[in-house]
Design a protein around this ligand. Sequence first.
Ligand SMILES: Cc1cc2nc3c(=O)[nH]c(=O)nc-3n(C[C@H](O)[C@H](O)[C@H](O)COP(=O)(O)OP(=O)(O)OC[C@H]3O[C@@H](n4cnc5c(N)ncnc54)[C@H](O)[C@@H]3O)c2cc1C
Length: 479
Amino acid sequence: MAHTVVIGAGPVGLVAAMLLAAEGQRVTVLDRDLMDPRAEDVVASSAGGGRRQRPGVRQFGQPHILLPGGMRVLDRELPRAVAELGAIGGHPYNVISGAWGAGEVGAEQPGDTRFETLALRRPLVEAALLAAARETPGITLRRERVTGLLTAPKPPERDRPRVTGVVTADGATVPADLVVDASGRDTRLPALLEKQGARLAELPGTNGFRYYSRFFRSPDGSLPKPRRWPLTHHDSVSLITLPADRGTWSVTLVTSGRDQILRALGETAVWDRAAALYPEIRPWLDGEPLDGVTVMGGTATRRHELLRDDRPVVTGLLPVGDAWATTNPQFGMGLTMGFRQAELLRDQLRKLGTEDPAELVLAYDRATEDTLVPLWADSDAWDRHRLAEIDEETQGRTYRSDDPAWNLRNVLDAVRLRDPRLLRAVADVASLLRTPDEALAGTDLLTRVAEWSVGVPRHTEPGPARSRLLTALGAAGRE
Ligand SMILES: Cc1cc2nc3c(=O)[nH]c(=O)nc-3n(C[C@H](O)[C@H](O)[C@H](O)COP(=O)(O)OP(=O)(O)OC[C@H]3O[C@@H](n4cnc5c(N)ncnc54)[C@H](O)[C@@H]3O)c2cc1C
């Protein structure tokens, strides 16, 4: 029976472990900071509203949504995980429910069930997946920090190392037929590989955005009415509103990582003043705050390449989830992309086993290139435009680009409520249920969108211009 070591008991590592164990593999999951699911459950119900920090996961305290695309992966593969997400308080949430009855969208339709997910705070997502993993035969979970890699002696004709296991902080070795790196966005594995003479090329994305989030709770467990769309863009600020478990929810203000003036949003009083300027989120501010503002910067995106000159850089080691690539958190794709990648990994292992490790890397790379790399590339292109747009807006100028993909996405933001089919096509793509080509196949929607796009403004929801925002924050004239 093959033995796989998974480094990291984050959401993607746990899903990968459960999928491989279901194939009859022996799986050892090592995490430097293994949680106790029951303790998370208790603390989430406490007055403080749960833990915000986890040493290996900087975004632990930030709001998360599991997109419907990711939820469908769990539905079809891991019903035990879905049951745990429900048992720990997951709130059923249909991501298009705020659009029902708005514009020309009309009422809920039978097929809309595909947009359902369970809303929870991030620590509880992990706690539920961990509880499911603990119940899965074939999985051993250990609290260990991985500090090194075991490699086979290099055959003279090959110039790449083959990983054969890991070394932990106490110096113990754990041999494996395959090592899966699921240690997240700050993975140390590329640095460890360099010591073995192998370099995973890193494709840099952007320097990213900065997230200023607050959590709220209602006294009676009720939640604010969903907005027509949970993510909206304004001049230099984007707004995200997400429901969660136990009558809690979150509001996030997103700025460019370069925006020094708006760093004042990290102060609770400043955040409150700024948020109140946006009418569309006012109902979401009407709750008992769980704490102050949780800030996260340093969200640079990047992607690792497994091949150089069409050959694997290393064998015996495959990265999944954030250890492979990070995308713009605004779109909430990280968990879903990671779950899908874990499925791809399982599929390739099912087909090929571990006997020919180079072929396994090649097949995994091809599958990832076909399905996930396009998502990463689209997200990266959007980030570059949006950051450039914010730069222009802070200078009081209007950003213009002739990139059709950026212009189409902006128009879709503005007109998606004009047609029930369009709203669902946009939601299918945003939920990672379908590709844009699949969502638009056989429709005349692009032609209609071109007609509707004439004269639509870039930002459709009312909100303050940047100059007014800065005045309200007491920062006018500092630009
Ligand atoms: C601000 C922000 C908001 C986000 N919002 C969303 C969202 O709404 N929806 C969404 O889908 N995604 C979101 N994401 C992305 C999401 O957080 C990640 O995609 C997800 O956490 C990736 O899971 P993972 O299991 O790959 O890695 P992680 O969650 O980072 O888990 C890595 C695990 O590895 C362990 N580890 C690290 N190093 C070692 C080591 N050396 N030895 C042993 N263990 C180790 C850590 O303790 C941790 O448990 C957001 C990201 C950010 C930054």
